[in-house]
Design a protein around this ligand. Structure first.
Ligand SMILES: Nc1nc2c(ncn2[C@@H]2O[C@H](COP(=O)(O)OP(=O)(O)OP(=O)(O)O)[C@@H](O)[C@H]2O)c(=O)[nH]1
Ligand SMILES: Nc1nc2c(ncn2[C@@H]2O[C@H](COP(=O)(O)OP(=O)(O)OP(=O)(O)O)[C@@H](O)[C@H]2O)c(=O)[nH]1
Ligand SMILES: [Mg+2]
Ligand SMILES: [Mg+2]
Lengths: 275, 294
């Protein structure tokens, strides 16, 4: 069986196509493939090269801790991201996950703008048996958060989960609003918010990186939750986010029910990405 | 204004002096990269490239004094014509009530877009009626009801029995619209995955009962490579008449537009450009082409 340089290039081309189709993006893909070219034997066959690629991707995605608080309470979590990514549903899923340990969890419906946004979280609160703090429709979200934080402190509750309205990351006013909310929280509770999660739809392409950059800049981020991985999207856009912004992926959303949330596993994610 | 990669391709061609089949191939490869960067689906790019190649490798282009300019013009024209050449109107034909059905993946903007369409047609003198058969998402009914209320437009409220059987709700809503002279009936559906066979089947049943003038696929402009998969399955299983692309007020290049049109063959009629109910624009193919290229 004669092996030629042409076969190797064909293998790398096939893997390039796989990565591109998974939304890894052209620049990140070129960088990864170049690294594979350097780190693989000239005579390596497809299975070996694919294994090297897997290891490389798992390494990139495991670099930053995926471990989640709350191992310290009180813990304040904020959920941010562009419109429709799954913030409200994901917050409910996390409440469900944390509730197993009998902790007191308060939910904050700080999206005072979108039609029925607060109602949506109120219904989840009833299902999960968690109190929901909301405000007047159209009120300043920052004031709802301020009131919620006071309530949280007064009740000595364990976990505060704050839902924010979806927003386009290039809307400076809305991004400033988010920064203001975060400042209020940090002023009222030491070290809070302990977690600020970017809730990202797995089907987003290259724009995911710009989104992550902007949210990191304005509200700060401690991690990413990738949603809708029960679809056919592979979520490859997170690789450039992890690589450039050093953010961990904490959880993945795989459905619309409260139990459809799992801690992120780099191995499983990469395996699905390359399948 | 063109993306860095396309500018590079132009510079490359200009710097080549004589244009040959070989360096044109190289320039087209750079174009391929530019399209991928704009989130156009990989396979759609390859098809598009094949369509361009013939025109680009034409003698007249290669002998022209400004071959790079010519190639870019061919790309832009081809892209614009693929995205749809003329403004497409909503189908409000036939015996009233006209019916629109909005479908698509979770979170793409269907409910909000229902509101925008209602506002648009009411400005054109129509009397729309909103109905939602999303009985699953928490407060989905409330969301459309509030939107209707804010627009001072009619909302068909589902009874307890109708909530249990949405297909019956559709029949009743049509009948109500007919009696009360509402048209169009704007039907909001629950977001669903194209790979959820049961839910896709449910949607097909609803479409068969509704016999809509428009089955509108509502797609998120920031979608990447997956845009083709979902649109294709909705087209195959449900049948679409048109597309609305949402969240174009963001800065995604929007290559999903080309992907969706290529794979469904259906026109994009409107663009969602914000959360407010007046933020719906007629889709401009030439502007979209520039956005994808730049
Ligand atoms: N299939 C699937 N659907 C999901 C997932 N997460 C959320 N969704 C659905 O996505 C849609 C949007 O979810 P929301 O929680 O309202 O999203 P959001 O980010 O809060 O939206 P805005 O507040 O309007 O910006 C809903 O239909 C959810 O059920 C997931 O992991 N898988
Ligand atoms: N910026 C922006 N946001 C939009 C646009 N269209 C819809 N949205 C927002 O996107 C989010 C999701 O919109 P919905 O109308 O709830 O989406 P949906 O498709 O009905 O969601 P499901 O019913 O859960 O599938 C909301 O926050 C909307 O305000 C748009 O054109 N631009
Ligand atoms: Mg929400
Ligand atoms: Mg909806």
């Amino acid at each position: 069986l004669l092996y030629s340089g042409k076969d190797r290039e064909k293998i790398l081309d096939d893997l390039t196509e796989t990565l591109l189709l998974s939304d890894v993006g052209i620049e990140t893909t070129e960088k990864i493939i170049q690294s594979i070219r350097v780190h693989s034997e000239k005579t390596a066959l497809f299975p070996e090269i694919k294994k090297i690629l897997e290891k490389e991707l798992v390494k990139t995605l495991s670099q930053y801790s995926s471990e989640v608080k709350p191992n310290t309470t009180p813990s304040v979590f904020m959920f941010v991201g562009v419109n429709g990514g799954g913030k409200t549903t994901t917050l409910a899923k996390l409440a469900h996950l944390f509730k197993k340990n009998g902790t007191e969890i308060l939910l904050v419906a700080a999206d005072t703008f979108r039609a029925a946004a607060q109602e949506q979280l109120v219904i989840w609160g009833k299902r999960l048996n968690c109190p929901v703090i909301k405000g007047q429709h159209g009120a300043d979200p920052a004031s709802v958060v301020y009131d919620a934080v006071q309530s949280f402190k007064a009740r000595k509750a364990d976990i505060l989960l704050i839902d924010t309205g979806g927003r386009i990351h290039t809307n400076v006013n809305l991004m400033n609003e988010l920064e203001k909310i975060r400042m209020i929280i940090s002023r009222e509770i030491e070290n809070a918010p302990h977690e600020i999660y970017l809730v990202l739809d797995a089907s987003i392409g290259r724009n995911a990186l710009s989104q992550a950059r902007e949210f990191l800049k304005f509200s700060g981020l401690t991690g990413i939750i990738l949603t809708k991985l029960d679809g056919t999207a592979k979520g490859g856009s997170v690789i450039s986010i992890v690589d450039e912004l050093k953010l961990p992926i904490k959880y993945i959303g795989v459905g619309e029910r409260e139990e459809d949330l799992f801690p992120f596993s780099a191995q499983e994610f990469v395996k699905a990405l390359l399948s | 204004q063109l993306s860095e990669r396309l500018q590079k391709a132009m510079k490359f061609l200009r710097g080549e002096g004589k244009i040959t089949g070989k360096n044109m191939e190289e320039a087209l490869k750079m174009m391929r990269m530019a399209f991928l960067e704009a989130d156009v689906n990989y396979k759609v790019v390859k098809d598009f490239e094949a369509g361009i190649k013939e025109k680009a490798l034409d003698e007249k282009v290669m002998q022209s004094l400004t071959p790079a300019q010519q190639v870019i013009k061919i790309i832009k024209d081809e892209l614009t014509s693929l995205l749809g050449n003329e403004e497409k109107k909503l189908d409000l034909s036939g015996t009233p009530p006209s019916k629109f059905m909005l479908v698509g993946l979770q979170g793409s903007g269907k409910t909000t877009t229902c509101g925008k369409l209602g506002k648009l047609v009411s400005k054109q003198g129509k009397k729309p009626l909103f109905v939602s058969i999303d009985i699953k998402r928490p407060a989905a009914q409330d969301q459309l009801k509030i939107i209707a209320h804010n627009l001072n437009l009619a909302f068909y409220e589902l009874s307890k029995e109708q909530m249990a059987k949405p297909t019956k709700a559709i029949k009743n809503a049509i009948e109500y619209a007919r009696k009360q002279a509402f048209s169009p009936l704007i039907v909001d559906t629950a977001g669903r995955l194209h790979v959820d066979e049961e839910l896709m089947e449910e949607l097909k049943i609803v479409r068969d009962i509704l016999q809509p003038n428009e089955v509108i696929y509502v797609g998120d402009a920031m979608t990447g490579q997956d845009a083709v998969k979902s649109a294709q399955v909705f087209e195959e299983k449900i049948g679409l008449t048109s597309i609305i692309l949402t969240k174009l007020d963001g800065d995604a290049r929007g290559g999903a537009a080309l992907s969706i049109v290529s794979v469904t063959g259906k026109p994009i009629k409107f663009a969602g450009v914000g959360e407010k109910l007046d933020q719906l624009e007629v889709f401009h193919p030439d502007r979209m082409a520039s956005r994808i290229l730049g």
